[in-house]
Design a protein around this ligand. Structure first.
Ligand SMILES: Nc1ncnc2c1ncn2[C@@H]1O[C@H](COP(=O)(O)OP(=O)(O)OP(=O)(O)O)[C@@H](O)[C@H]1O
Ligand SMILES: [Mg+2]
Length: 326
């Protein structure tokens, strides 16, 4: 990634300190979102996608804690800011659409008012101007009858419209970075396609987007670059075309196979046997070794590094780090 990155995360570690021990939800994650690009994070449930996003936002709740790492937004390390300064960055420079769309809106406040509040809080504009801007942004995100809908209550809107309201709320302060955590998971495929088109448009107008999904199909449609996460770590990263054209990690291959078998009518995701391991009891080596069809001697004992197989394409797998240098 040669372009200047809007977001640079370096060696991020976030853990939960529980009675049973330390759970490394995010373990030495480094990633970049170049300016004006859409970058995806994909992986099964419990792999640490949301915790990565929450760490960037500065919204990890106890017993979780960001232990170490740098989070550079447009070159500035926001991980080093005070909570007060961080709060100012949230909403104005970085916005997030959370995974739980139904709980993210206040049920007893009209949706227009909720969008306006974000603007009044961060830009100190007058109510009248906030209303105008809210109407404009509702139109921009494709909410029909935008002006009328400003006065709607959340329960009067469909899931797709509520998600658009959340996107409008996230966009109204024109953030540099939008983090969207599973923004289309609760929606049907037609609405999903509309929301994804909207993300592409936002990105063309200059917003950088970090898009989290367990669905490779969604990632393929809109992302420029992809990071594959497994058990808290990045296991593969590449531009989207390369990742889909020649995936290297057995886990990525398994995820891709599951997309095609689901398309051909299979109901159960059976291409990768087993489940994501309990993060309290990870093997010392590769955490995918327990489920991996290519697991060889030493895989479970020695953690593979993230090896660059070609420029911009990295993979964390012993199949790729044994070769002698040419
Ligand atoms: N409140 C908590 N207490 C202890 N551990 C937690 C807590 N929240 C998350 N974790 C741990 O962090 C790991 C990563 O969680 P995260 O929510 O980031 O997963 P995810 O990839 O977003 O999954 P999903 O696709 O289901 O949203 C979990 O597997 C879990 O072990
Ligand atoms: Mg999540």
């Amino acid at each position: 990634m040669a372009e200047q990155a809007m977001l640079q995360v370096r060696h991020l570690c976030t853990s939960f300190f529980t009675e049973k021990g330390e759970i490394r939800a995010v373990d030495d994650v480094s990633l970049e979102v170049p300016a004006g690009k859409i970058v995806g994070i994909v992986g099964e449930s419990g792999c640490g996608k949301s915790m990565t996003a929450r760490s960037v936002m500065g919204l990890v709740k106890a017993p979780g804690k960001v232990k170490s790492g740098e989070i550079l937004l447009d070159g500035r390390d926001i991980a080093a800011l005070s909570e007060h300064e961080r709060c100012a960055v949230r909403g104005s420079e970085i916005s997030m659409i959370f995974q739980e769309p139904m709980t993210s809106l206040n049920p007893v406040v009209r949706v227009g008012r909720q969008v306006e509040e974000a603007l009044i809080l961060h830009e100190h504009v007058k109510r009248h101007e906030a209303e105008e801007r809210a109407a404009e942004i509702f139109e921009a995100v494709g909410i029909p009858d935008a002006r009328k809908r400003l006065r709607a209550w959340p329960h009067q809107l469909s899931g797709g419209l509520r998600q658009r309201v959340l996107i409008a709320m996230a966009m109204i302060c024109r953030p540099k970075l939008l983090i969207a955590d599973e923004p289309t998971t609760a929606l049907d495929v037609t609405v999903e396609a509309q929301i994804l088109r909207l993300m592409k448009k936002l990105c063309e107008s200059g917003t950088s987007i970090l898009l989290i999904s367990h669905n490779l199909g969604v990632i393929a449609q809109v992302c420029d670059y992809v990071y594959v996460m497994y058990a808290g770590r990045i296991v593969e990263q590449a531009d989207t075309f390369t990742l889909f054209d020649h995936p290297c990690h057995p886990y990525t291959k398994g995820l891709l196979d599951s997309v095609s078998s689901l398309r051909s009518g299979a109901r159960i995701l059976d291409t990768i046997p087993g489940v994501v391991p309990n993060l309290l009891h990870l093997p010392a080596g590769c955490s995918f070794s327990l489920r991996c069809g290519c697991c060889g001697e030493g895989c479970a004992d020695l953690l593979p590094g993230l090896i660059e197989t070609e420029p911009g394409h990295r993979v964390r797998c012993h199949l790729f780090d044994k070769e002698e240098p040419a």
